[in-house]
Structures are given as C-alpha cells and as structure tokens.
Design a protein around this ligand. Structure first.
Ligand code: SF4
Length: 230
C-alpha cells in the first residue's frame, strides 16, 4: 500500500489522461431541456444505474421520442408508458419508480424548476437528494456536479478500481473514504472535477479494464505498483 496521493500527483494524473484523450465534455446533454435544464442529466444518472451509458442513452432517447420529457411530463406519465420508454436501461420497473419519486419531489416541492432545488447549499442539497427514493451517493453527486454545477467529486466502481490498483492508502472502504482522497487534495473546481471523473471512467473502461488491463499502454504505469508487477 502506498501513501495517499497529494495534490500534485492527482493533477499530474489528470493531465496525463487529458493529454491522452482530450476533454471528454461530460456529462453529455443531447436534447434542448429548456426550463428543465437538469432533467436530462438527472434522468440519465438514474437510468445509468447498474447498466452501461449506451443503454441509459437509449432510454433517454425513447423518453424524448415518446414526449415524456421534463419533470412534469414524467410526473404525469403513466407507469406503463414510462416502463415502455426506459425498457432498454434494464431494471425498468425499479427505475420507473425512481424517476417517479424524483420528479414527484421536483414538481410538488420545487415547482418543477430544478434551479429551486439547486439553490440549496451543497450539504443541504446532497442530503435532500439522498432522501429521495432511488438516489444514492453516486447518483446524487452526478446530479450535484453536472446539473447543479457544485463541487462534489463523483465516485464509482471504475474510479475505485484505479485507486485500488495504484494502491493508494484510502482509510476505509466507504464511498466517502474514496471521495475524500480527491476532495481533500483538489481545490473545488466544477469543470476540473467533472472532466477528471470522466477521464478516470474512460481510462478504466478502455485501459484499466477489470479483466486483462492494458498496462503496457497505460500512461500511469510508472505510478502503478499493480501494473509494474503485471
Ligand atoms: S498500469 Fe495497469 S493496473 Fe495500473 S492503472 Fe494502468 S492499466 Fe490500471
């Protein structure tokens, strides 16, 4: 186990990944959401749970095509229509309930305007999101960082895999333990944190793969005990 990374190491890693792939412009927004500016990101963050982004993306496209688009539209849609639209994202019955719960909160408590929710201070916003059925830490941080544009570093299985393979000292096994590694070493910067998370995800998906990581092609090899012993 190596010590926890310092700021310069993290920024160096970000720069190497950025140099390799360029800015990933994450989170992608494909439709004009109008006053429901964060809807597409929040709905995507729910649909991508336990599946690939391409499956979630198909669910979003089908929602848009079916004209079930925006907090109010999802809130008013029948469960049957919602299930049909998001079938491609898997776990569609559960995800329908999650979309319903989120949009119910948005419509009944925030007039269907996400700026009203996003105006909360970050700790309160995070706590409010976590109180909604179906929104866990990763989904909440997706919404906070990419839709509300407030600095909350997103952790996921991809990021944890890279941290574990770099053998950094984490201090625990919880989401917050991994998140703290980044948040305590990086100045709050929504643009940087948004792209850094996307870079780590892309790297884990293409290079630091679960099976057969491509260590000989990895720009982090000289920092990585796992890769050097591979
Ligand atoms: S060297 Fe290998 S194990 Fe280490 S980060 Fe790169 S791909 Fe992953």
């Amino acid at each position: 186990m190596t010590s926890a990374p310092v700021t310069q190491t993290l920024l160096d890693i970000y720069q190497r990944l950025l140099n390799r792939t360029g800015n990933r412009n994450w989170w992608p927004v494909r439709y004009d959401s109008g006053p429901d500016a964060g809807f597409e990101i929040a709905a995507g963050a729910i649909l991508v749970q336990n599946t690939t982004w391409s499956n979630a993306e198909r669910g979003l496209a089908n929602l848009h095509k079916a004209d079930i688009w925006g907090y109010t539209a999802v809130y008013e849609a029948t469960e049957v229509d919602l299930v049909e639209a998001i079938r491609s994202s898997g776990y569609y019955n559960t995800k329908t309930k999650k979309l319903k719960a989120f949009t119910q909160t948005m419509v009944e408590e925030y007039d269907g305007i996400d700026a009203n929710l996003f105006a909360l201070e970050l700790p309160e916003l995070r706590s409010r999101l976590l109180g909604i059925y179906g929104i866990g830490e990763e989904t909440a941080d997706d919404i906070i960082l990419y839709a509300a544009k407030k600095p909350s570093f997103v952790m996921d299985a991809y990021t944890r895999r890279i941290v574990d393979r770099l053998k950094w000292k984490v201090g625990g096994d919880k989401y917050s333990d991994y998140q703290r590694l980044f948040e305590s070493n990086l100045k709050p910067d929504v643009e940087l944190w948004g792209d850094f998370h996307a870079q780590l995800d892309g790297h884990a998906a293409r290079v630091c793969r679960k099976q057969n990581p491509l260590c000989d092609q990895c720009v982090l090899l000289d920092l990585c005990p796992t890769g050097q012993n591979h």
